[in-house]
Write a protein that binds this ligand. Structure first.
Ligand code: BMA
Length: 378
């Protein structure tokens, strides 16, 4: 049994004042409009709680957690994490890729209706939801990783030939996001994580595939579009990869008014051989984010991480924990446990080599799972 009986201190939002603020221009890009959309109370509370959590520990998260796992797909009330430790992750993330085409299933074959239901379930448990979007390439209609043809971002900005097509895609995304409501109509707060890992070049919005100004325009255009749709239940996470701290991390930062959380996507590769470089790059960037987060009053998080197939028995307590516990990260999220791709998993399942170490990790008072979080929205 888990010993920690901590419930996240709930600080009700009594503040009704939202400062009407001027947008800061981080890059040399003119702003389209003033962002005057007022976030829902639940969304403001989530942001406040994301800032409070590091005084207690960090939330654990898992991508697609309740949808499928090793040896199963679509079972009710199932989760590999829960099967190992008896509790759901405090954070679950999901992906909207293919919503832009009006497809019933996302890029990992998950039905959008089912995703919606699991988002509602996670909200009702008091846990947090994040959404990424591996959106197709609007120039070639290939996938997000199709980087062979240059000029994709140029083609979707206001002067580009695919601008309207892209706005139609954003509309489809907005229409899905608008359906994320509880039975009583409460809009579910979502940490939206667009245009992630852009410091690498494997996505069409990545470093070598567009200019800094184009990237910033793309981000702001997306945010402004969703604002105009009345999506006041979104927080925005900026999630570069591990290419660097400082100037590399900030080069394409869209501005404080467009970002709510500073994230990092950083994976451990190469098993034992990769421990040093994994901890070195995380330590460098998380130390930078700690300072930057303080300066900008933004929470920070390890928005994607993991060691594929976890072939190291004590990875959780001997590699991951010693790094993340040094920094005020609100959450740490590992990627998915694919049911249909051998050895593509990042959380343990019963009998997996690192399962007992994961129980130790869970029992550490700093790691927060769903039952440790009473309600992030109050
Ligand atoms: C990648 C892999 C892919 C998957 C994509 C989006 O890291 O897991 O198999 O399609 O994420 O979830």
């Amino acid at each position: 049994m888990k010993k920690k009986l901590f419930y996240l201190l709930i600080i009700a939002s009594t503040s009704t004042i939202l400062a009407a603020c001027c947008k800061k221009i981080a890059a040399n890009v003119p702003l389209n409009k003033e962002n005057s959309l007022k976030q829902t109370t639940e969304t403001q509370n989530l942001l406040k709680n994301l800032k409070l959590i590091p005084s207690r520990g960090f939330m654990f998260g898992h991508h697609d957690d309740p949808l499928y796992g090793i040896g199963w797909n679509g079972d009710a009330d199932r989760s590999d994490v829960k099967s190992v430790v008896g509790d759901y992750p405090a954070v679950m993330s999901f992906d909207m890729g293919r919503i832009e085409n009006g497809q019933p299933n996302n890029l990992d074959k998950m039905n959008f209706e089912k995703i919606r239901q699991e988002i509602i379930n996670q909200y009702n448990r008091g846990g947090m939801i994040s959404i990424s979007w591996h959106i197709n390439n609007p120039l070639t209609d290939g996938d997000a990783w199709d980087v062979k043809t240059p000029g994709v971002v140029t083609s979707i900005l206001p002067a580009g030939k695919n601008h309207q097509k892209f706005l139609d895609w954003l509309q489809k995304g907005a229409d899905f996001l608008k359906t994320l409501k509880t039975a009583d109509g409460t809009k579910i707060p979502i940490l939206f994580r667009p245009w992630h890992e852009h410091t690498g070049s494997w996505f069409w919005w990545g470093q070598n595939n567009c200019t800094t100004d184009e990237y910033v325009q793309l981000w702001r255009m997306t945010h402004d579009f969703f604002d105009n749709q009345g999506l006041n239940n979104l927080l925005y996470a900026y999630s570069p990869g591990t290419e660097g701290a400082g100037n590399i991390y900030m080069e394409r930062y869209p501005g404080d008014e467009y970002v709510d959380l500073l994230g990092l996507d950083g994976y451990h590769r190469d098993n034992e051989k990769g421990v040093e470089s994994f901890s070195k790059s995380l330590n460098t960037i998380l130390a930078f984010l700690t300072e930057e987060g303080k300066k900008r009053n933004k929470p920070i998080a390890l928005t994607e991480t993991g060691l594929e197939a976890i072939p190291m028995a004590n990875w959780w307590t001997e590699v991951l924990l010693p790094i993340v516990e040094k920094y005020p990260v609100s959450y740490v999220l590992v990627w998915r446990n694919a049911f249909d791709r051998p050895n593509h998993f990042y959380a343990p399942y019963p009998g997996q080599l690192s399962a007992s170490d994961f129980v130790k990790f869970y029992n550490n008072p700093k790691s927060l799972f769903c039952k440790d979080i009473l309600n992030l929205y109050k």
